[in-house]
Design a protein around this ligand. Structure first.
Ligand SMILES: Nc1ncnc2c1ncn2[C@@H]1O[C@H](COP(=O)(O)OP(=O)(O)OP(=O)(O)O)[C@@H](O)[C@H]1O
Ligand SMILES: [Ca+2]
Length: 477
């Protein structure tokens, strides 16, 4: 026989990640005959939709759907035509739409309907457009991280499936409007809202998960500014200790105070068309003080809390920190040349960034011009969230890996969502494909040949014996 290399037939799946800051369309692929293993499904292509997240088009009929067109057209081109109808497509919206649903349920329903209709006008297998709960977002992110890290099950060198019985890795996602922490734990989960049980590949995983709405990077910075404005008595010009000393910007009051996240800081009345000028002062200590005041570390109705009265067991094991956790951490590394891998290093690099002027940062990272003003604030926020909030310490922090991708696949909830909804993740142990080893196969052929030889010899013996008997009786006659 000759070994023939056949191109495996591919299947595709699409997820639109409708985040608060923007929408991304991911195309995944996998071999049609081999879909149940770990890390078999990989990212084929990604498309970044122009403009902001779908919730930003509230009150502009048609605009949210239109914002997806270019990426859906891209998917039509990139997926072979004969596979279009076999390709499931899902849209999942996250914290931006959760916030819009809080302030205007009708508008969020309208937008979901509109984007659903837009997707249905394409030749794919439409499977729905939905707002994910924070719990789902956290759990699907955890599934992605562990699927890509091959922690569930693996195709081993022995030639069969085996469970690596490796510990799983926790997931830390920092979006624009919410942040999620999810990890497997043996500790008692005191609030059932934080409990998630998943059965995957024959194992039951008990997860702790929590999503903090308003603690995404953008919403947090907005809340921080609202807090600073309030503490300074809403003047027309405020001093921001987290912005560089040589930087100032003007923002519309409504863009800060219209969010459900800043309700607590809203003055009783204000002119929504009015603006406020923000002058940076680059003062690390004051910045840390203000950032900490946005969190509530005071009361806890459980044995222990992260913050804002939310129960959290001790963090344990390895973690993967992605999205803005990765962006902020890698910026700190870029401008200081230090990879922060301990709490004290993280604090040191944050202090360094907070002491830099805008001009200095421009020399080190000119491509990030539009973001430079907020990196000190974002870094102080990241410090407070991870160290004081989640409680990572000298022992646990070094086990966090800040990553954007694993083997060319973006880390986020989107892959886990598609795997779960398309039944690409078996709940039970995979069936072992029973195959004979060459040794057993050879022995069986040998036995078969011996048996055949024995039967043939027996038959020949009977025939020969019969003829001899016949000859004997003829000679007697
Ligand atoms: N390349 C980048 N460098 C730095 N920051 C970035 C980059 N890309 C996105 N961001 C910022 O990181 C934050 C998180 O982005 P991400 O895309 O994860 O959020 P999202 O999915 O839109 O929000 P959410 O998950 O809360 O709905 C946002 O504030 C975004 O503006
Ligand atoms: Ca997100």
């Amino acid at each position: 026989t000759e070994n023939v290399q056949e191109e495996p037939e591919l299947r595709y799946g699409i997820v639109l990640d409708a985040g608060s800051s923007h929408t991304s369309l991911y195309i995944y692929k996998w071999p049609a005959n081999k879909q149940n293993g770990t890390a078999v499904v990989t990212q084929h292509s990604k498309c970044h939709a122009e403009g902001e997240g779908i919730a930003s088009y509230a009150g502009q009929p048609g605009a949210a759907g239109q914002s997806l067109e270019a990426c859906l057209d891209h998917a039509v081109k990139i997926i072979p035509k004969d596979k279009h109808q076999l390709t499931p497509v899902y849209l999942g919206a996250t914290a931006g739409m959760r916030l819009l649903h809080l302030s205007s349920p009708e508008l969020s329903t309208q937008i979901l309907k509109e984007v659903g209709q837009k997707i249905q006008s394409y030749p794919f297998d439409y499977r729905g457009a939905a707002i994910l709960s924070g719990k789902e977002e956290g759990a699907y992110g955890w599934v992605t991280v562990n699927y890509l890290s091959e922690n569930f099950i693996k195709y081993g060198f022995e030639g069969h499936w085996f469970s690596p019985s490796r510990p799983t890795v926790g997931a830390l996602d920092l979006g624009g409007a919410s942040t999620q922490i999810t990890f497997a734990t043996q500790e008692k989960i005191e609030n059932k809202d934080n409990l998630m049980k998943l059965r995957l590949y024959g194992h039951e995983y008990t997860l702790y998960t929590h999503s903090f709405l308003c603690y995404g990077k953008d919403q947090f910075l907005m809340t921080l500014l609202a807090h600073i404005m309030k503490s300074q008595g809403y003047p027309q010009s405020v001093t921001h200790p987290c912005y560089p000393a040589d930087h100032s910007r003007t923002v519309k009051l409504s863009s800060i105070l219209d969010s459900p996240c800043t309700v607590k800081y809203k003055p009783s009345s204000y002119d929504p068309h009015a603006s406020v000028t923000v002058h940076g002062s680059g003062h690390y200590e004051y910045c840390l003080g203000n950032v900490s005041e946005v969190f509530s570390f005071n009361s806890c109705p459980f044995s222990q809390c992260s913050f804002d009265k939310v129960f959290q067991p001790n963090v344990t094991g390895g973690f993967m920190a992605f999205s803005a956790f990765f962006y902020v951490h890698s910026f700190l590394q870029q401008v200081t040349g230090i990879t922060a891998s301990s709490p004290s290093e993280l604090q040191d690099v944050t202090k360094k960034v907070c002491s830099m002027s805008f001009t200095q940062m421009m020399l080190l990272a000119p491509e990030q011009k539009s973001r430079l003003h907020y990196y000190c604030a974002a870094s102080v926020f990241l410090n407070t969230l991870m160290l004081r909030g989640y409680g990572f310490n000298d022992t646990t922090f070094p086990h966090i890996s800040f990553q954007k991708k694993v083997a060319d696949t973006m880390v986020g909830w989107a892959l886990g969502y598609m795997l779960s909804l398309s039944n690409l993740l078996p709940g039970e142990q995979l069936e072992l494909r029973k195959a004979l080893t060459p040794g057993v196969w050879g022995s069986l052929i040998f036995l078969f040949v011996m048996l055949l030889a024995a039967v043939l010899s027996f038959c020949l013996f009977r025939v020969y014996n019969g003829q001899n008997k016949k000859r004997g009786s003829e000679s007697t006659i």
